[in-house]
Design a protein around this ligand. Sequence first.
Ligand SMILES: Cc1cc2nc3c(=O)[nH]c(=O)nc-3n(C[C@H](O)[C@H](O)[C@H](O)COP(=O)(O)OP(=O)(O)OC[C@H]3O[C@@H](n4cnc5c(N)ncnc54)[C@H](O)[C@@H]3O)c2cc1C
Length: 454
Amino acid sequence: MRPMQEPSFWLSRLGPRLARPAVSADVDVDVCVLGAGYTGLWTAYYLAKADPSVRVAVVERERVGFGASGRNGGWASAKIAGIDRLLADPATRPGAAATYREMIATLGEMERVIVAEGIDCGWTIGGSVVAATRPSQVERLEESVAAEHAAGFDDTDLRWMEPDEARRVISTSRLHGATFTPHCAAVDPARLVAGLAEAAQRAGVTIYEQTPGTPVPGGIRTAGGRVMAPVVVEAVEAYRTSLPGRRRDIIPVYSLMVVTEPLPATVWDEIGLARRETFSDGRHLIIYGQRTDDDRIAFGGRGAPYHYRSAVEPGFDFDEGTSAFLRQTLVDLFPVLGGVRFEGPWGGPLAIARDWQPSILFDGATAVVGGYVGQGVALANLAGRTVRDLVLHRDTDLVRLPWVGHRSRRWEPEPLRWVGVNLARRLTESLDRAEDAGRRPRIRQAIFDRLPVG
Ligand SMILES: Cc1cc2nc3c(=O)[nH]c(=O)nc-3n(C[C@H](O)[C@H](O)[C@H](O)COP(=O)(O)OP(=O)(O)OC[C@H]3O[C@@H](n4cnc5c(N)ncnc54)[C@H](O)[C@@H]3O)c2cc1C
C-alpha cells in the first residue's frame, strides 16, 4: 500500500479547508499557544470562554490538526497513560483515583461542548471492550479489573465478561472473555479538531497557520513577526524535541493506522460493536480499533521503529511492515473481513516521557503540556481546563491533580536511547509471538509497563 497525500484518512475526508493566515507582523496578546491540536485549542477555547477580555492567539506550524490530533484512533478514553500502575501503588493511589474520576467526568464535559458548539464529529460514548484473544491474556485482564476495584472503582467502571457475554459485544475469532468499561467514546478525530478550532475562533481566539514558532523570552518568534505574550503555552506534543532545551524531555514514538471500506450490516451482525464500542485485545503490543460513524473499522497499532535522535519526518508516517501487520491482525481477529478493501495507511508520532507520565509544568510564564503517550484525545480536554485555571490563578481541584508540576527525568542520550527503545520494541513483539506459540514468557508486568512500545 502507498502512503496517503494528506496526513491521515480523517483529514482527507474534511475536504478543502480555508487556510488561516500566517503571522505577518508583530502582535501583542495575553496568551500565545504554540500548536493547534487538541491541547492548544482546548486551552485557547476555555481561556476565551472564561474571560473574553483575555487575548489568545494560537500559532500552528502547518494546519489545524496536522499533528496527532488529526490522525489518531479516535478513542476518547478516561484511562490515561500509566494510570493502572499508579492505581495499584498505595502511595500514588489517591492522586491517581482523583485523576481517573476527573477523566470520567471529562467525557461528559467534552460531550457538553460538542453539543453546545454543534461539532459534528461522530461522537458516541459506547464504552470500550478489551478481548482476551489468547488464554494467556485472561489473567492479565482479570488483574486489571482487580486493581481498579481495589482502588475504589467497581463493575460500573470496569468489569470482566465471560466468553458468552463477551461474544454478544465483540465476536473475535478466538475469545476467552473480555473487559468492558463504559468510560470511552469513539470520535472522528479530524472533525473534532476542525470543529474545535472553529469554536475557539467564535469565542474570540485568533489562529495563525503555516507559522513555525520558537519560544523566546516574552513570547514566540516567527518568520513573519513576534507574538509577544506574558504567557506562552507549549502544546506541541511529539514535536517538543525540536524546541530549544527540550530534546530529551520526551521521545516521539510512531503509531500507524489503516481503515476498511464501509462494511455492510451482515458483516456487523457477525462482528458486533453495536454501540460503537472501541476495541483492543490483551496482547503486549498496543492495538486499537473503532467502528466509525460510517461503519468502517479504523484500526491502528504501535510497533513502528523509533528513529535515531528522536527524528520526526513525514517519511516515518508510513511503514509497510507495520501496515501489513495491522491488516493481517484485523482479519485474524475478524475473519469475515478477509478480502475487504483497506484505505490509508497513515501514522504519526506521539510523545512519551521517560517515566511514561503526562504532565503540565507552569512557572507563571510558560506552560509545557503533554507526554500523553497514546492517550491524549480526552486528556487534552482536561489539560485545557487545567491550564486555564493555572493561567487565571484559579485555585481549583484541577490544579491540584498530581500531573500538575510532575517532572519526569530526561531520556538517555543517544545512542543509548535508540538501542534501548528499539530493543524494547523487539522484546514486546517476541513476548506476543511466544504467547501465540502457547508459551508463557517470564517478564514482570511492572517491567513491561515501562517499555516504550506496549
Ligand atoms: C496514529 C495515532 C493514533 C492515536 N490514537 C489515539 C487514540 O485513539 N486515543 C487517544 O487518546 N490518543 C491517541 N493518540 C494520541 C493523541 O492523538 C495525542 O495524544 C493528541 O492528539 C495530542 O494532542 P496535542 O494537541 O497535544 O498534539 P498534536 O495534535 O500533535 O498537536 C501539536 C501541533 O503542534 C504543531 N507544532 C509543532 N511544532 C510547532 C512549532 N514549532 N510551531 C508551531 N506549531 C508547531 C504541530 O504541527 C501540531 O499541529 C494517537 C496518536 C497517533 C499518532
